[in-house]
Structures are given as structure tokens and as C-alpha cells.
Unconditional design. Structure first.
Length: 268
């Protein structure tokens, strides 16, 4: 009996072992099944990811155009603002250019006025210079005329002495030559400063040059011709320094005889 119970005891664990093993195997297989499930989920994940990616891509396709539109709108607004700024700057530049043109035109007018004024001043100064030079020449000429006019009577006296004094001996001839030498020196000085004597004899009477103090009826000269110079006249340059006192020829009046034979002058 004991042997049978032992046998039964021995067999009972053997019989229980498969069950326990199976249970243990089942317990051990559960992780395997879990692994298999995990593998299966891993295998299924790409499809989900693909769906998610497609959905995200679809979402992105639906949302990106709006952003692009927003960017485009912002760009168009910025471009419009920039265009307005450019237009404002262009208008400002045009106004500045117009103002500069007006300023330039005004400056050109002022420059023309200054040029005209400077030309007028230059012309006035040139006229003033010419007038001053002319006045200076007139003053110098007047001073010369006044000085020489005071010396001319001395020259006249020398000429009268030469015409009237006739030396009779050597002593008188020496004196005559000495004062004639002074006269000659004086005449040379007058020539150097532009004094020239007139030679009116035989010329037509000119009241601008001559002063008639006598008239003489003669047949040798035509009427109005200068016969003799009584006081010498002089030029100073091209101007008359002193008029010449002259004797002028006059026409001879015809003589008519009366019945008694006595001559009578026509017109009596």
C-alpha cells in the first residue's frame, strides 16, 4: 500500500508538472505574445505615421497658402507703403528742384543786374578817367599858355631890336650878337615845348588865326590877303596861342575925272 501511495505520489507530481509547466509555459508565453503584439503594433505604426504625415501634409497644404497670402498681403502693403514713400519723396524732390530752379533764375537775374551795374560803373569810370586826363591836359596846356604868353612880349622886344638896331662898330656888333644869342636860345626853348610861329604873309585872312588892325588898298595882292604881319602870332601844338596882328589888302577904288579935269574918287 505504501508503495502504491509512493507511486501515486511520484506520479502525481509528474502529472502536475505538465500542468504547471504548461501554466509556466503559458506564463512564459505571455511575454512572447506581448512581444508579438508589440511587433504587430510596430508593424502597424508606419501606416499610422503615414496617415499622420499625409494628414499633416494635407493640413500643411491647407495652411501654407494662407501664410503665403498673408505674406503676400504684407508684401503688397509694404510695397504700397514704399511706393507712397517714393511718390512723396518724388514730389518733395520735384518741389525742391522747382525751388532750386526759381532760386537759380533769381540768382541769374541778380547776376545779370550785377553785370550790368558793373559794366555801367566801368563805363562811368572810363569816362571819368578820360575826362580827368582831358582836364589834366587842359590844365597843363592852360599853364603853358599862361607862362608862354608872359614870355612872348620879351620875344617881340628881341625881334624889334634885331630889326631896328644896326651895329656900327665891332663893339656894337659884339653886343648885338650877345643878346641875339639869348633870343635864339629862348626861341629854341619855346620850340621844344611846342610853340611855333605863324607865317601869315600871302595867305587869305582867317579870323580864327589873324587879327586885322590895318587895311591897305593895293594892286599887288588880292582883296582879303594878308600883306604884312605887324605882331607875330604863335601856335601851341594845334591851338592858337596868340593871334597874329596883320595888315590886309583892300581893293583899290577907281578914280573918275570930272569935266574940269580934276580927279575924283568914285562915290563922292
Amino acid at each position: 500500500m505504501i508503495d502504491e501511495e509512493k507511486q501515486q505520489d511520484n506520479t502525481s507530481p509528474q502529472t502536475e508538472n505538465p500542468s504547471t509547466l504548461s501554466q509556466e509555459n503559458d506564463g512564459e508565453q505571455s511575454p512572447a505574445t506581448e512581444v508579438d503584439a508589440s511587433v504587430e503594433t510596430d508593424v502597424e505604426l508606419p501606416s499610422n505615421l503615414e496617415q499622420q504625415t499625409t494628414q499633416e501634409s494635407a493640413d500643411s497644404q491647407t495652411t501654407v497658402p494662407e501664410e503665403i497670402l498673408e505674406v503676400k498681403d504684407a508684401t503688397s502693403v509694404a510695397e504700397a507703403a514704399a511706393a507712397e514713400v517714393v511718390l512723396e519723396d518724388t514730389e518733395t524732390l520735384k518741389q525742391e528742384i522747382e525751388a532750386l530752379k526759381a532760386q537759380l533764375e533769381q540768382q541769374n537775374l541778380q547776376l545779370d543786374s550785377v553785370k550790368t551795374q558793373s559794366a555801367r560803373i566801368a563805363a562811368d569810370f572810363d569816362n571819368f578817367r578820360k575826362r580827368t586826363v582831358k582836364e589834366k591836359e587842359e590844365l597843363e596846356l592852360q599853364a603853358k599858355r599862361n607862362t608862354i604868353s608872359e614870355l612872348l612880349p620879351v620875344v617881340d622886344n628881341f625881334e624889334r631890336a634885331r630889326a631896328q638896331i644896326k651895329p656900327q662898330n665891332d663893339g656894337e656888333m659884339t653886343i648885338h650878337k650877345s643878346y641875339q644869342g639869348v633870343y635864339k636860345q629862348l626861341v629854341e626853348c619855346l620850340k621844344r615845348i611846342g610853340v611855333a610861329p605863324m607865317r601869315p604873309e600871302g595867305q587869305e585872312f582867317d579870323p580864327n588865326l589873324h587879327e586885322a588892325v590895318m587895311r591897305e588898298a593895293t594892286d599887288e595882292y588880292q582883296e582879303g590877303v594878308v600883306i604884312e604881319q605887324l605882331q607875330r602870332g604863335y601856335f601851341l601844338g594845334e591851338r592858337v596861342l596868340r593871334h597874329a596882328m596883320v595888315k590886309v589888302a583892300a581893293a583899290v577904288e577907281p578914280v573918275v575925272t570930272s569935266e574940269e579935269g580934276s580927279p575924283e574918287i568914285a562915290g563922292n
